[in-house]
Design a protein around this ligand. Structure first.
Ligand code: BT5
Length: 267
């Protein structure tokens, strides 16, 4: 039986064997937000690969000011500091790299591939299992650092879901009816991020983009994209070399979407 309450660094690092990520893990019973902590850490000289994990977040962040439901002891809330040698415009590549690493980890625990919803959601059966929040700090030419924050619902029972997300969220426990060894999941995720990040650096974006597209179920489907007060309708065509979503509008014009929410218009 896995020890369900253990998410301590020593347990995660057992047999981790990553090249760069997770050599140092900062672990907290409670934080406002692991992204917030990791951002300050990176700013104060924290090194590439440092990981921040909390058992519970009091102000877990989603994108665009939204919040991430983060109850204690059940799930994973992790942030990692990266210092890629990339221009700021290529930061979205890192979100997509993380989505591939996360989707592959979920697949190995679920026994079936999840879907990626551009740019950052991991869905199973149309419900959200995990989300990614990338935050960065950059100079004119180059990214100083990037914080990739990942929240995954692992042992969250349906009864613990708040009303607002009851119909839209899921967890590995709800899907497999089995409790997950959270340390084993975290170890596998860090390994997978380490590998995908190395690949991105050594071989560039095409390999990662191809794997990302294999998880992307909205390709060829009609979608609506909401970008703040702007909206756009069309067919999702895939991603470009920077990780932007390409939407073909009626009439054939291709539009690049850098930030927004994608809503499928047909089942
Ligand atoms: C995301 O935002 O999906 C990014 C979530 C990133 C969370 C991690 S946890 C570790 C790190 N530290 C942080 O503070 N954040 C990161 P977005 O696409 O904006 O989705 C947010 C929406 O998802 C909310 O408005 C809810 O509708 C829904 N949601 C919130 N909590 C959820 C949960 N636990 N499971 C499924 N859906 C959730």
């Amino acid at each position: 039986m896995p020890e369900l309450n253990a998410l301590e660094p020593e347990e995660i690092q057992k047999g981790l064997e990553s090249a760069r990520l997770g050599k140092r893990i900062h672990y907290f019973p409670e934080l406002d937000s692991t992204n917030q902590y990791a951002f300050h850490l990176a700013k104060a000289g924290g090194e590439e690969g440092e990981v921040v994990i909390a058992e519970c977040q009091t102000r877990g962040k989603g994108r665009l000011g939204r919040s991430w439901f983060s109850p204690p002891g059940l799930n994973l809330y992790l942030s990692v500091v990266l210092k890629p040698r990339l221009p700021p415009a290529q930061a979205p590549r890192l979100t997509l790299m993380a989505a591939v690493a996360l989707a592959e980890t979920v697949q190995s625990f679920l026994g079936a591939p999840p879907a990626i919803k551009w740019p950052n959601d991991i869905l199973v059966g149309g419900k959200k299992l995990a989300g990614i929040l990338t935050e960065s700090s950059s100079g004119a030419e180059r990214l100083d650092f990037v914080v990739i924050g990942i929240g995954v619902n692992l042992n969250l029972p349906e009864s613990a879901l708040p009303e607002e997300i009851r119909a839209t969220a899921t967890s590995l426990l709800m899907l497999t009816k089995k409790a997950v060894d959270r340390a084993a999941f975290t170890r596998e995720l860090i390994r997978s991020l380490d590998r995908c990040y190395g690949e991105l650096e050594e071989r560039g974006f095409p390999g990662i983009a191809g794997r990302w597209e294999a998880f992307f179920e909205l390709k060829g489907r009609r979608v609506r994209v909401e970008m703040g007060d702007r909206q756009l309708g069309g067919t999702a065509r895939g991603i470009d070399a920077d990780g932007a979503l390409i939407v073909e509008e009626e009439g054939g014009a291709l539009t690049r979407v850098i930030a927004g929410d994608v809503i499928p218009l047909e089942p």
